[in-house]
Write a protein that binds this ligand. Structure first.
Ligand SMILES: Nc1ncnc2c1ncn2[C@@H]1O[C@H](COP(=O)(O)OP(=O)(O)O)[C@@H](O)[C@H]1O
Ligand SMILES: [Mg+2]
Length: 356
């Protein structure tokens, strides 16, 4: 029996199985080429939630589009619900629901009309499509707005409708591409509850992409951290955090230069490891944070570096990300032009290439 990249899931229970996926955009004459995927591997067990976590530009949407048969890989293999995405795209499409990063519903139609149309497109009879629409409107808590144009709905309600559209034909595997990006905290919490309910109640396999660490931590059974088209690390959120020993140490200095100057000072403090500067914040790890922190603050003071704030934290997925990539996810998103935790990138440029 072949072993899977994550080692633990026997192939028969696997809903999504990806090996060596590679994709380069702009390989035509004169175009700047971008290697969006660079040998990506991932596996999702049947009925699990796989979180694909990474900054903007990491290759998350490219992965999802290939798995949803909307784009072709240059190399590598991908099977979804037992079907090869290149050899048997029709079978894959019947098995999946796909919720794109950008909204797909018609703002000038009502919620009910959108759902009935989606049902008809999926081959449901008119009556069946109407009753499935009713069921989904009820289930996502938007029945009260069913007959209003979607353009009058809140962002959170419209996003729920996107997900409902993806569920019309009761797929075995659901792809959710950044389901909560751009939503306010309340709407995000509501969407999280829906996703948890789908995962637990319906036995669906869900692949969720996100650049929110808390979202991956909360929803995913397995997290695959991606950066620049490659898997950085993978595992359960707890296992990933357990790999990190000790406490996270954060010290905010006066400015970026002070943080850079503080790095060698901190690195000499006994028990302090993995020291990096991120803007004016110094980050490190310490086996025993409560004893290392006072020593560190004394050393910084002796070096003439003014400290504005300091703190200790238990490991988070952000620490895991930092450990494996050398930068915080927030810094990576900033570098890609989007701050973590803020709205706005949902409408960002995202070309969809439809494979012939
Ligand atoms: N259709 C396209 N044409 C050219 N470059 C693209 C296209 N789609 C994505 N890219 C590039 O591929 C990389 C990965 O993009 P994407 O998969 O959308 O990342 P993510 O969803 O993680 O933000 C980025 O550098 C992006 O600019
Ligand atoms: Mg994307």
């Amino acid at each position: 029996m072949p072993t899977t990249p994550q080692g633990s899931v026997p192939p028969t229970d696997v809903s999504i199985d990806v090996h060596g996926l590679t994709k380069t955009y702009g390989s035509g004459r004169g175009a700047r080429t971008v290697r969006a995927l660079d040998g990506l591997d991932l596996t999702a067990a049947h009925g699990s939630v796989l979180g694909l976590l990474g900054p903007n530009g990491a290759g998350k949407s490219t992965t999802v589009k290939i798995l949803a048969t909307l784009s072709r890989p240059d190399a590598g293999t991908a099977r979804v619900a037992g079907h090869d995405v290149v050899a048997d795209p029709g079978a894959v499409r019947r098995a999946i629901g796909y919720v794109a990063q950008r909204p797909v519903t018609d703002p000038m139609a009502t919620g009910r009309e959108n759902l009935v149309l989606a049902g008809r497109l999926q081959g449901l009879r008119a009556r069946e499509a109407r009753s499935r629409a009713d069921e989904l409107l009820e289930r996502f808590g938007v029945a009260h707005a069913a007959d209003r144009l979607v353009k009058t709905w809140s962002g959170g309600m419209a996003r729920k409708l996107d997900v409902a559209v993806g569920l019309v034909h009761r797929p075995q595997v659901l792809f959710l591409d950044e389901p909560t990006t751009g939503l306010d905290p309340e709407a995000r919490a509501a969407m999280w509850a829906e996703i948890e309910r789908m995962a637990l109640g319906d036995g669906m396999t869900i692949l969720l992409t996100t650049h929110y660490l808390d979202e991956a931590d909360r929803l995913a059974d397995q997290v695959v951290i991606v950066d620049a088209g490659r898997v950085v690390t993978a595992g359960t959120p707890d296992a990933l955090k357990d790999e990190l020993r000790g406490d996270g140490v954060t010290v905010e200095l006066d400015d970026d230069a002070a943080a850079s100057a503080a790095v060698p000072v901190a690195a000499r403090v006994p028990g302090v490891v993995d020291v990096t500067a991120d803007g004016r914040t110094l980050r490190a790890r310490a086996d025993a944070g409560a004893t290392a922190l006072p020593t560190l603050l004394t050393a910084l003071d002796a070096a003439g570096l003014g400290v504005r704030a300091a703190g200790l934290s238990r490991p988070t997925l952000d620490d895991v990300y930092l450990r494996h990539t050398g930068r915080s996810l927030e810094a990576a998103n900033r570098a890609a032009g989007t701050a973590t935790g803020t709205a706005g990138d949902r409408a960002g440029a995202e070309a969809t290439e439809v494979a012939a």
